[in-house]
Design a protein around this ligand. Sequence first.
Ligand SMILES: Nc1ncnc2c1ncn2[C@@H]1O[C@H](COP(=O)(O)OP(=O)(O)OP(=O)(O)O)[C@@H](O)[C@H]1O
Length: 345
Amino acid sequence: MNSDQPTYEELQRQALAAAEPRRHGADTAIACDRLVRIFSTDGVEVQALQGLELTVAQGDLMALVGASGSGKSTLLNILAGLDVPTAGTASVGGYDLLEMSARDRLRYRREAVGFVWQQTARNLLPFLTTAQNIALPMQLKGGRRAAAKRHAVRTGELLEALEIGELANRRPAELSGGQQQRVAIAVAMANDPAVLLADEPTGELDSETGGAIFEAFRTVNRELGATVVIVTHDPLVAGEVRRTVAMRDGRTSSEVLRRTVTDEHGAESVSEREYVMLDRTGRVQLPQKFLEALGMEHRVAVDLAADHIELRPDDASASTPDGTAADGSAPGATAPGGAPEAAAG
Ligand SMILES: Nc1ncnc2c1ncn2[C@@H]1O[C@H](COP(=O)(O)OP(=O)(O)OP(=O)(O)O)[C@@H](O)[C@H]1O
């Protein structure tokens, strides 16, 4: 037997390790591991989530992007406690989203997460004023009678933080779309949730108003300490956050991290870096544009270098028996235009 071949015991150990749930640090707000959601309608199954992995740290402000049908809303509904995954694990703010009892689920939705919908009208009760809409989630949560004073204080804090104090006594019909969304953010933050989720919150607004709403999310993230996840098609929003995660075919496929760097003259600029997800079995999903640029399909040649891994187009069929490529170059030569490189851990 080839000595490079793993033994049966090694294979068994690797399989058991891969099946173990991932461990997450105490500063993790959202952790999804191999999340699957299958919908069945009229005997047809749709795999909306296909083993999705996502970790969001406490205090993050993150955008989730992806083509229509990639599974963004499905994920958000699960994180909001409105839908239950078919398999995998998901936890938010310490709540296990698969194992929750009906009672815990209700408490989770009232206290642990806040939600802002795209349809402005869906976020607010039309017959209540702004202040009453904000106070309602606190009243539903219940508590002692003395809580009324605490509710009023919290309502005041949110009116001030979101700069909507002058709208306190107006009903939703007396507010613009942008004002309604700012009130909706205040309502979602009423019970001080660990996580604030928003599905296309700027989708019905013009770009200037959308920018102001995004600023409101930034405020609750910075000043009220909420972890914020925004599903968006808006490139302005996606380009403004530190982390943008892209979904493809029911999985997280890549992400862009941005950070502000200061040069030796003190001038600040934003540097961007794109990463692809590496799952624990070693799978990566390479950007389609890279694959197309080098005509890569079916299989690629892979080599380990000192500090990275190199991927090249499959040249096996073009090689001559002595190992030189048909074009005369040495085996493993860098492909024209440079080859995409996968992150090495
Ligand atoms: N309740 C459902 N029943 C059956 N199929 C569903 C259901 N909800 C979503 N799907 C399917 O799951 C897949 C993912 O849908 P999802 O709404 O999560 O995508 P999305 O990325 O949010 O799309 P969009 O940007 O258009 O809102 C799609 O193929 C969709 O048709």
